[in-house]
Design a protein around this ligand. Structure first.
Ligand SMILES: [Mg+2]
Length: 238
C-alpha cells in the first residue's frame, strides 16, 4: 500500500545531529563557566531523556555535578544559548543529511507524497538544518513542522505525531514515520504509525520492536516509495 504521507524525525534521522548538539552543549557550558564536559558515553546515556532543558535537569539529578543548583536556576538561559550555538554550527554546515534522505524526499515530492516533521528539538534548530541542507527549497518541502514545546508531553509520548497528523488532516493509516531511536519509534507506534527505523550513531545499540523495517540508512539498501509500499503490505496487514 502506497504511503500518502511521510513524517520524519530530525535528530539522528535526517542528519547525525547529536554530535553537533553535544558540541553546542559543551560550548555553552564553557560560556557559562560550568566545569562540565559531556563526552560521548555520557551523552549516549543522557539521550534517553528527550529535550535539552529536560536533559540538563536529568544530568544534575543523576550525576550531581559541581554547580548543579546554579545550572538549574539558569536552565532556560542555558537552553537558549545552546540553541543559538547549535544554530550557528548548523548554519556553518556542521550537520550533513544522512545517506538517501535527499533522494527519498525528492522522489516523494515528484509523486506528491506529503511530507512533515515531528521532532522534540526546537523550531530554530530544525529551520537552520533544513536551510543548510535544502537551501531555498527548504520552506516548500515540509508542509508542517511539529517541533519543540508545542505539545505537553515529548516523545516517547505520541502527542507530537498526533498533532502533526491533525494538522495534515491525514488518517494514521495513510502515513509512515521515519525514526532513528527507540523513543521515537515508541512515540510513532503509540500514535498508530508504521515506522521505518534508520539507527544513528547514538542509537545503533538499541532494539526496535514493532518497527515496520530497520535498515542502516535510506541508501542501504536504497529505500524508495515502492520499498515502503512493500514493507507496509507485509507489516501487520497494512
Ligand atoms: Mg531522533
Amino acid at each position: 500500500m502506497r504511503a500518502e504521507g511521510i513524517i520524519f524525525d530530525v535528530d539522528g534521522t535526517l542528519a547525525e545531529t547529536e554530535e553537533v548538539h553535544r558540541q553546542a552543549f559543551n560550548d555553552t557550558f564553557a560560556r557559562f563557566d560550568l566545569p562540565w564536559h559531556w563526552d560521548r558515553s555520557l551523552y549516549r546515556r543522557l539521550l534517553d531523556v528527550t529535550g535539552g532543558k529536560e536533559r540538563i535537569r536529568a544530568y544534575v539529578a543523576s550525576d550531581d555535578p559541581p554547580q548543579g543548583a546554579r545550572a538549574l536556576d539558569l536552565v532556560l538561559e542555558l537552553h537558549t544559548a545552546k540553541t543559538e550555538c547549535y544554530t550557528e554550527l548548523v548554519v556553518a554546515g556542521a550537520a550533513k543529511l544522512r545517506p538517501g534522505v535527499k533522494r527519498l524526499i525528492a522522489e516523494a515530492r515528484r509523486d506528491s507524497v506529503r511530507l512533515a516533521i515531528a521532532t522534540t528539538t526546537s523550531l530554530p534548530n530544525v529551520e537552520a538544518l533544513l536551510a543548510a541542507a535544502f537551501g531555498s527549497d527548504a520552506a516548500k518541502i515540509f508542509e508542517f513542522i511539529g517541533a519543540g514545546d508545542v505539545v505537553p508531553r515529548k516523545k516517547p509520548a505520541p502527542d507530537i505525531y498526533r498533532l502533526v497528523l491533525d494538522e495534515m488532516r491525514m488518517p494514521t493509516f495513510a502515513c509512515i514515520a521515519v525514526e532513528d531511536s527507540r523513543n521515537g519509534l515508541d512515540s510513532a507506534r503509540a500514535a498508530g504509525l508504521p515506522t521505518l527505523v534508520t539507527p544513528s550513531v547514538y542509537t545503533s545499540h538499541q532494539s526496535f520492536p514493532g518497527a515496520m523495517a530497520v535498515v542502516p540508512d535510506l541508501d542501504t539498501p536504497p529505500v524508495s516509495l515502492a520499498t515502503i509500499a512493500k514493507w507496509r503490505a507485509a507489516d501487520s496487514g497494512w
